[in-house]
Design a protein around this ligand. Structure first.
Ligand code: MG
Length: 437
C-alpha cells in the first residue's frame, strides 16, 4: 500500500492495534498550558480535557528558567498531536510524543511531555476511582519522609533554622550556610538573586562581592558540619548540596572530609559533564552520593545506576518527561541498590509534588523526598496540594493525583515582570570567569 493510498486514515489518532469491539473510547479534546506564579515562582501546568464532560487531568511542565519555550511546545506542537487520541493510551502517547520531534531528551520538550503524561495518569486514576499510586502497585509506606532546607548567614542563624524545623517534626535537614563575601548557593539570599531578582549589571566581568570562590566554601562546609554534629548530635539526618560549583578534585576532597559526619547524602558533587569522576570518588569515600536534578537523558542516568556510582537518583521528574519514564527509572534503580530522592523545590509545582508522591508511596526503593513548604497563595491556587506533617508528605488518597487547579485564582498571579524573563543571571569567580550555577 503506498503512502498516497486514499484508504489510509489520517491523522493516525487510533492505534492500529486497537481491537474492534473496544469500548467506545473517550478522546482528548483540548490541551492547555496554564501559567501562574502565586509565590513569585513561574509555574506551568498542563490541563488535558476529554470528551467525557468534566473529566480532565493535570500535569507539571514547570521549567522555571524557560517556561515560555515549554508553553510553545505544548500549545503549538503537542496539542495538535494529541487532539482526538484516547487518553487511556499513556505509554503509546508517551512513546509517540517522545519521537515526534525526532531530536529529543532536552528539558523543554521533556517538560512539555511531562505535563501531558502526568495529566494522563491523573485521568486514568480518576477513571479507575483510585489514587495513581494504586495503579503503580499500591502503597509501600504510609507516607513519604521528606527533607527540608535549613540555612543561615552564620552558625547562629543556621542553628535557629534547624531548631525551628526540628520543632515542626522534621528529621531530615539540608544545611547550607553563607560564605562571608560570596554568592553562596542555597542560603536564602543569593539563591533568591539567582531565581528571581534583577540581574546585577556590575556582575559582568567585574570583581564583585557577589563572586564565588570554591576554597573558602569547602573550608566553611567542614566547619559547619563540625558545629552542627556537636550541637545536635547523631539523631538528626543531615544533607548538603554542593550544586556542581566546585572543581571535581576539590569536591572529592570535600566528600572525604565530610565522611566523619555521616551525612544522609551529599548532592551534586559534580556537574553532569564531570560525572566520570564518580568512579574516582567511590574508590575513596563512603559518603552517600545523590545526583541527578540536572539529568534529562537516559545516557546520563542509566550508566551511574548500572555502575552503582550513586546512592540516590534525584531527577526532576518533569525534566525527564514525566511519570512514565520516572517509574521505569525507579524500577531500574531498585535492582542496583539506588534509592529515589526526586527533586522537589518550589519550582516543582504542587502538581509535580503530587506526582512525585505517587512514586514515593509505591516505590520499594524510595529514599527521601525533598519538600517545599508552599505559601498560602499557592495552596489556594492548588486545592489538594500534598500535606506535610510529622516530617513526611501525605496523600489525600483522592483519585488521580489528588490535586486540582483553581484557574480563576491562578490567573490572578501572572508571571512577574523580569528583565531576562526569569532566567538565571550568571555566577562568576572573582576574576570574572563564569562558573556553573
Ligand atoms: Mg540540588
Amino acid at each position: 500500500m503506498s503512502q498516497s493510498d486514499q484508504s489510509i486514515p489520517a491523522p493516525a489518532v487510533r492505534p492500529a492495534w486497537e481491537p474492534s469491539g473496544h469500548r467506545d473510547p473517550i478522546r482528548i479534546t483540548d490541551v492547555k498550558a496554564i501559567c501562574t506564579a502565586p509565590d513569585g515562582i513561574r509555574l506551568v501546568i498542563v490541563k488535558v480535557e476529554t470528551s467525557d464532560a468534566g473529566l480532565y487531568g493535570l500535569g507539571c511542565a514547570t521549567f522555571t528558567q524557560r517556561p515560555l519555550a515549554v508553553v510553545t511546545a505544548i500549545e503549538q506542537y503537542l496539542k495538535p498531536f494529541l487532539i482526538g487520541r484516547d487518553p487511556d493510551d499513556i505509554e503509546d502517547i508517551w512513546q509517540a510524543g517522545f519521537v515526534s520531534s525526532y531530536w529529543r531528551s532536552g528539558p523543554v520538550l521533556n517538560n512539555a511531555l511531562s505535563g501531558v503524561d502526568e495529566a494522563l495518569w491523573d485521568i486514568k486514576g480518576k477513571r479507575a476511582g483510585m489514587p495513581v499510586y494504586q495503579l503503580f502497585g499500591g502503597k509501600s509506606r504510609r507516607a513519604a519522609d521528606v527533607y527540608v532546607h535549613a540555612n543561615g548567614k552564620d552558625l547562629a542563624e543556621l542553628d535557629d533554622s534547624i531548631i525551628a524545623l526540628r520543632e515542626r517534626g522534621f528529621r531530615h535537614i539540608r544545611c547550607q550556610m553563607s560564605v562571608p563575601g560570596y554568592a553562596t548557593y542555597g542560603t536564602g539570599d543569593k539563591q533568591e538573586t539567582a531565581k528571581g531578582a534583577q540581574p546585577t549589571p556590575s556582575y559582568r566581568l567585574s570583581i564583585s562581592q557577589d563572586a564565588w570562590e570554591p576554597r573558602p566554601y569547602c573550608q566553611l562546609v567542614v566547619k559547619m558540619f563540625e558545629h552542627v554534629r556537636s550541637k545536635f548530635g547523631e539523631e538528626i539526618e543531615l544533607l548538603h548540596d554542593i550544586h556542581e560549583r566546585v572543581p571535581p578534585i576539590m569536591a572529592i576532597q570535600l566528600a572525604k572530609d565530610l565522611e566523619r559526619f555521616h551525612l544522609f547524602f551529599l548532592e551534586d558533587v559534580f556537574a553532569p559533564e564531570d560525572q566520570d569522576y564518580l568512579r574516582m570518588l567511590r574508590a575513596q569515600t563512603s559518603t552517600p552520593i545523590a545526583m541527578g536534578e540536572l539529568y534529562v537523558n537516559p545516557h546520563e542516568y542509566v550508566p551511574v545506576i548500572r555502575d552503582r556510582l550513586i546512592d540516590f537518583i534525584r531527577v526532576h521528574i518533569s525534566d525527564i518527561g514525566g511519570l512514565t519514564p520516572a517509574r521505569k527509572l525507579a524500577a531500574l534503580s531498585e535492582y542496583f541498590g539506588v534509592r529515589t530522592a526526586w527533586h522537589g523545590p518550589g519550582d516543582t509545582s504542587p502538581v509535580g509534588h503530587a506526582a512525585n508522591l505517587q512514586l514515593d508511596l509505591s516505590t520499594s526503593n524510595f529514599g527521601i523526598q525533598e519538600a517545599h513548604l508552599f505559601g498560602e497563595r499557592t495552596r489556594e491556587v492548588f486545592p489538594g496540594c500534598p500535606e506535610i506533617r510529622d516530617g513526611a508528605m501525605w496523600s489525600n488518597d483522592k483519585p488521580g493525583l489528588g490535586i486540582d487547579i483553581d484557574e480563576a485564582q491562578a490567573a490572578r498571579y501572572p508571571f512577574p515582570e523580569h528583565p531576562i524573563n526569569g532566567a538565571w543571571p550568571e555566577i562568576r569567580r572573582r576574576d570574572g570567569t563564569v562558573i556553573k550555577p
